[in-house]
Design a binder for this molecule. Sequence first.
Ligand code: RIB
Ligand code: CA
Length: 314
Amino acid sequence: MAARKVIFDTDPGQDDAVALLAALGSPDEIEVLGISVVAGNVPLHHTVNNALRLVELAGRPDIPVFAGADRPFTRRLETAEHVHGSTGLDGPDLPAASAEARSGHSVDFIIDIVRSSPEGTISILALGPLTNVALALLKAPDIATRLEAIVLMGGAYFEVGNITPTAEFNIYVDPEAAKIVFASGVPLTVLPLDVTHQMRATPERIEAFRAIGNRAGQAVHAMLSFSQGFDLAKYGWEGAPLHDPCVTAFLLRPDLFEGRHINVEIETASELTRGMTVADFWGVTDRAKNAFFVRSGDADGFYALLTERIARLP
Ligand code: RIB
Ligand code: CA
């Protein structure tokens, strides 16, 4: 079976990094055509630099990195240095990137790739605020019917919010962008906190990355060892939730996950519930079913998959 052709849209972020590295360790199944970078966990100059360092860590400096939006549509950018550190990729001591981001905006890269590829062959894997994805859909509405899918980490329903009592960070940062994406008609798969909170990075699971013995495994160990701090203190769980790699894992092993096709709407009017993903999980409305909402997953299978794919890297 041919590899899925994907564009990552991401705000690295240690969890974004693991998602990207696991994809790069799976070239027979996922072909990463490029990386579109957005501001989110940290400002854009850091997320771009992090993406450049990550493709080099994976031995794939050939993968183009493009800078995208440095702020949400209308809202002030809110970041998460308290989780990810000042650089957004605190933890490992990665060498400085030797390359620059490509010229041009990442939104134009997305549009050009989708328009120049056969219909239904390009998917976007969205790991951060949806500003770039929404901008691409606004600038080139025709890509909505050309995209194969958008698979995104974002939202929450039964698990409620992580940045406010009702909203998950990626959706909260740019709810107007999320509203556009969820109304686009593009086949959507949503990996919300409902499932990512089950994927807890226990000490044993983090140690398994270090035990691989390769450069990527060491880096992942250092990343997760750093980024777990805030959530361990917040939740008091045996491990911090690991969010974005659920997107990559869903592409590789959808059988590890369970969900249902439902309606999901985005709150943009209320400041109290800004960014809430209003999921009609029980079908109590006749709203159009616009998303496959993943509610649960096999955590042991998830970590075994990630460890096995990270082991394939340098
Ligand atoms: O709420 C978790 C999400 O916000 C993840 O994508 C993490 O990287 C941050 O962007
Ligand atoms: Ca992210």
